[in-house]
Design a protein around this ligand. Structure first.
Ligand code: FNR
Length: 377
């Protein structure tokens, strides 16, 4: 169907699902164990009620904001997700092109299916990217990547993912790793090795997730890893995958090197029954609200609607990330599918702000939401 016939992110996912092979579907869709965190990521937003104020001028609603001081058109960014070319040959560069139309930030995965140079090649002068790092047990490999990243002007910060020192147990993905050779043959060429740093996922038996995690260093910790990183880049650091107020607070003690945190349970793909990011947002509000003044806080996981975006912003998030939704958009319609995904979320977010009686993101706050039901969980 033409992209403008798709009215919401679920419809885009359904179309995207039909476009990809079983392996790609399982890799994108999968989450750990019983997928409880993945389900809760969606449900948590639904259990938050909005508190609309009326009789206010909402003519000039504006979703523009900043991330680490860089202007972005919308507070919605694309989360780092591996292997976009499994979904569509346009790959991560196609996602970048889609983001360009909205001034949206994109975080490039360590395990992208294209090189960072290829992905940022067509970037607009003011287009903003982050680059996500999984530290390799062979530090020289990570250091060589950081040296390349440091040279790319479009990349403004490093995202260090911490919630997956080992891969979660993703059964949909693993089951596909058990498929016979005949099915292997049908794996798209796009999945083949595209650079020295991109693993070849076209053959293997443990599932794509497991394969991508081979070589990831599980020994990272607060004391040693940040100084090592500081030796190899001057870019600001954003820590991804924080899930408790204790860790958010610890991160806030590492300014100025650490400038932001992403509250995330990895889309439910790491530890199952880990909390949705909004729970962690609430914890931070309760136990260490000063964190919001020291570093920027972003969230991802389960964003499907503009109301989800606005709820997260009202609770203190500076921006929200979409993982699977961007991949499904790409799979459904290439660059146009990514654009459609961002358009839907943008339009819904504008509608939500206006119906809430708010014109500017800075005016959103906890007074706009009722989190009582969420707090009982
Ligand atoms: C991811 N995610 C992820 N995170 C990361 O730091 N590095 C990575 O390489 C990947 N790869 C990846 C692949 C796929 C297929 C998915 C679905 C996710 C996690 C991602 O950044 C983000 O945290 C979640 O996807 C957010 O949840 P939603 O939006 O998918 O619900």
């Amino acid at each position: 169907p033409p992209m403008h016939h798709l009215l919401n992110l679920d419809e885009i996912e359904q179309v995207g699902h039909k476009q990809v092979n079983k392996k790609a579907w399982a890799y994108y869709y999968s989450a750990s164990d019983d997928k409880i965190s993945k389900r809760l990521n969606n449900e948590a937003y639904r259990s938050i009620l909005l508190r609309p104020r009326v009789f206010r001028d909402v003519t000039r609603a504006d979703l523009g904001t900043t991330v680490l001081g860089h202007k972005v058109g919308i507070p919605i960014y694309v989360s780092p997700a591996a292997m976009a070319r499994l979904g569509h040959p346009a790959g991560e560069a196609g996602i970048a092109e889609g983001c360009r139309s909205f001034g949206a930030l994109q975080i490039i995965s360590n395990n992208a299916s294209m090189t960072p140079e290829q992905i940022v090649k067509g970037a607009a002068p003011d287009q903003v990217f982050g680059w996500q790092l999984y530290v390799n047990v062979d530090r020289k490999k990570s250091e060589a990547m950081l040296a390349r990243i440091n040279k790319l002007k479009a990349i403004k910060f490093i995202v260090l993912t911490l919630d997956a020192p080992v891969a979660g147990k993703r059964e949909d993905d693993e089951r596909n790793g058990l498929t016979d050779a005949a099915e292997e043959e049908q794996a798209p060429k796009a999945a083949a090795r595209t650079s020295d740093d991109t693993p070849d996922v076209s053959q293997g038996s443990a599932g794509i997730g497991q394969m991508l995690f081979a070589g990831t260093d599980p020994s990272l910790h607060w004391q040693a890893t940040l100084p090592w990183l500081a030796e190899h880049t001057d870019l600001p650091i954003v820590l991804k995958g924080l899930q408790t107020h204790e860790d958010a607070y610890l991160a806030s003690l590492h300014t100025p090197q650490v400038k932001g945190i992403i509250l995330s349970n990895h889309g439910g793909r790491a530890l199952d029954t880990a909390p949705p990011a909004v729970h962690t947002l609430l914890e931070i509000r309760k136990y260490c609200p000063e964190v919001f003044d020291k570093i920027e806080v972003y969230v991802d996981g389960g964003i499907r609607r503009g109301t989800d975006v606005i709820k997260a912003l009202a609770l203190g998030a500076k921006a929200v990330g979409i993982g699977r939704a961007a991949l499904w958009g790409l799979a459904a319609g290439g660059v146009d599918g990514v654009r459609r995904t961002l358009q839907i979320l943008t339009d819904e977010s504008y509608t939500c702000m206006r119906l809430l009686g708010v014109e500017k993101i800075e005016d959103l706050g906890p007074h706009n939401v009722n989190t009582r039901a969420l707090e009982q969980q």
